[in-house]
Design a protein around this ligand. Structure first.
Ligand code: SF4
Ligand code: F3S
Length: 105
């Protein structure tokens, strides 16, 4: 089992999830964040932290986002450091404030 970050994180990247992960297994890509399935301890903390409701346990990922199970697994984790502070999440040119604003609070 592992938890999976899905499409609502794309161009959103609130970053609240990294603040609560007890094992620091969340990593940042250009458009979204990813959970390393080899490190996640299935604690469930990040699910409740994400304002965009982007995170699901793998066997409950909505059908339309099923590809994100593999997308999270395939992220190039080697040599990268996890993100541990929301302040370190880079909301660069790909970040879409309009998308973020639509996320449920
Ligand atoms: Fe981290 Fe727990 Fe979320 Fe896994 S389920 S990514 S260990 S906060
Ligand atoms: Fe993304 Fe939600 Fe974390 S939008 S950065 S999964 S808090």
């Amino acid at each position: 089992m592992t938890y999976v970050i899905c499409e609502p994180c794309v161009k959103c990247k609130y970053g609240d999830c990294v603040e609560v992960c007890p094992v620091d297994c969340i990593y940042e890509g250009d458009d979204m964040l990813y959970i390393n399935p080899d490190e996640c301890i299935d604690c469930d903390a990040c699910v409740r932290a994400c304002p965009a409701e982007a995170i699901f346990i793998d066997d409950e990922v909505p059908e339309q986002w099923a590809a994100y199970i593999q997308i999270n697994a395939d992220f190039a984790y080697d040599g990268k450091s996890p993100v541990t502070s929301k302040d370190d999440v880079v909301k660069g040119e790909n970040w879409d404030a309009e998308t973020a604003a639509k996320a449920p609070q």
